[in-house]
Design a protein around this ligand. Structure first.
Ligand code: 5GP
Length: 122
């Protein structure tokens, strides 16, 4: 039973895979061959988008050494999004694990902007 549950959690699509395959709607603001950028459904800042690789990596701790190029490209996409939207101050966040606030088990980078941000983060 435990094995079946484990297999199901691997086979079952994540919310972001369903968005990428257009099974569920989202406000997709940019897409290329490796990733999409969508508006967060529950924005925590006037600008709050998620940069999501099309190939599922559960979270940053599950990334492989071979993912270095993909991970770099995601940051470059964040840079380009900020530049094209004239965002000079912005914050990039990756939540890894429940304790850090991860709710969606498919790696994504939050880009937040257009409000004053506190430090340390909550
Ligand atoms: P995490 O908590 O894993 O770091 O971030 C997951 C993010 O995905 C949250 O900010 C949440 O609001 C967002 N999110 C969850 N479900 C959906 C959805 O169906 N559509 C969109 N656009 N964002 C979602």
């Amino acid at each position: 039973m435990f094995l079946l549950w484990n297999i199901a959690s691997v086979v079952e699509k994540t919310i972001f895979e369903k968005i990428i395959s257009r099974e569920i709607p989202a406000n997709i603001v940019f897409e290329n061959d490796i990733a999409v950028i969508i508006r967060d459904i529950n924005p925590q800042a006037p600008v709050h988008v998620l940069i999501i690789p099309k190939r599922r990596i559960d979270r940053i701790e599950a990334a492989q050494d071979g993912d270095v190029e993909l991970l770099g490209k995601l940051l470059i996409m964040a840079r380009d999004f900020a530049k094209s939207h004239n965002l000079t101050g912005f914050r990039l966040v990756i939540n890894n694990g429940k304790q850090a606030g991860e709710t969606a088990p498919h790696l994504h980078i939050h880009l937040l902007s257009d409000r004053l941000m506190g430090w340390p983060p909550g």
